[in-house]
Design a protein around this ligand. Structure first.
Ligand SMILES: NC(=O)c1ccc[n+]([C@@H]2O[C@H](COP(=O)([O-])OP(=O)(O)OC[C@H]3O[C@@H](n4cnc5c(N)ncnc54)[C@H](OP(=O)(O)O)[C@@H]3O)[C@@H](O)[C@H]2O)c1
Length: 261
């Protein structure tokens, strides 16, 4: 890829940080939009030398004024945007009976309204790239009900956002695709209090692992490689696709007996 400018929402942690690291290693300019400077400091501890090279802009994807300020800063500093990764997301848990309306609203605000706000604010900069790529980080939970009503609905909505925008923005040369990961080891479960302790988190991963035909949970880099491909010209005829990157969990079938390994 020629040297380009990319914005990753939630580039300070997990999957977003792995995408940022890969793009920085290719020599691109990478801007990360997220809220807490502590997570940027944590990223610097986990990936020494990476977080300092990220152009960290502070803001909340669910706040239109923040997105507008980011768009203005990118316009002043770079004048163009070649790619946007709508990756910032929150995880929630609960069924219809156990989900509070505040949790429902917050999950949809960040995971679904966030990409709408950010993509709309950045559209003029994406148009001026003369061929840009938007990648939305969805989930297998958007394709098959998971354990959280609000999370699954937010990601199913994001998949339709992807498909709609692919048709809407294709004539501007802007491609829009979705990457739908299975379970990936990041900070999202502990940061969003989905499991109470690190031990409970490790137990959850161990229990989940057996449902994956490839017998392992994903790492952020497994997802980043697909995102980087979709941002690159290698994927120049791909738009409106929903790409599962999930160790095969979507084809898991309880009727097949487990293998003796
Ligand atoms: N890990 C998994 O198993 C998994 C599976 C499927 C899909 N995903 C999806 O992958 C994406 C990344 O998740 P991850 O697992 O890498 O999580 P993570 O490690 O918790 O990272 C989430 C990032 O999003 C940022 N963020 C959260 N809310 C934000 C907001 N309102 N405005 C701006 N930034 C915000 C966080 O920073 P601040 O909190 O400082 O803002 C952080 O940088 C999410 O969309 C998630 O739904 C994850």
């Amino acid at each position: 890829m020629d040297k380009k400018v990319f914005l990753i929402s939630g580039g300070s942690s997990g999957i977003g940080l792995a995408v940022a690291s890969s793009l920085l290693n290719q020599g691109h300019h990478v801007i990360s939009l997220s809220r807490s400077s502590e997570k940027v400091a944590r990223a610097a501890r986990e990936f020494p030398g990476i977080a300092e090279r990220l152009d960290f802009m502070q803001g909340d994807v669910s706040i239109a004024e923040d997105a507008q300020k980011i768009a203005e800063s990118i316009h002043e500093k770079y004048g163009v945007l070649h790619g946007l990764v709508n990756n910032a997301g929150v995880l929630s848990k609960g069924s219809l009976e156990t989900t509070e309306q505040t949790v429902w609203e917050k999950t949809l605000a960040v995971n679904l309204t966030g990409p709408f706000i950010l993509t709309k604010a950045l559209l003029p900069l994406l148009k001026s790239a003369g061929g840009a790529s938007v990648v939305n980080i969805s989930s297998v939970a958007g394709l098959k009900p998971g354990t959280s009503l609000s999370y699954s609905v937010s990601k199913a909505g994001l998949d339709m956002f992807t498909r709609f925008l692919a048709g809407d923005l294709g004539p501007y040369g802007i491609r829009v695709n979705s990457v739908n990961p299975g379970l990936v080891r990041t900070h999202i479960h502990l940061d969003n209090s989905i499991t109470e302790s690190r031990q409970a988190y490790e137990d959850m991963l161990a229990k989940a692992r057996v449902r994956y035909p490839l017998q392992r949970i994903g790492m952020p880099e497994d997802i980043a490689s697909m995102v980087v491909f979709l941002l690159s010209e290698e994927s120049s005829w791909i738009t409106g696709s929903i790409m599962t990157v999930d160790g095969g969990v979507m084809v898991e079938n309880d009727l097949i007996p487990p293998k003796e390994l």
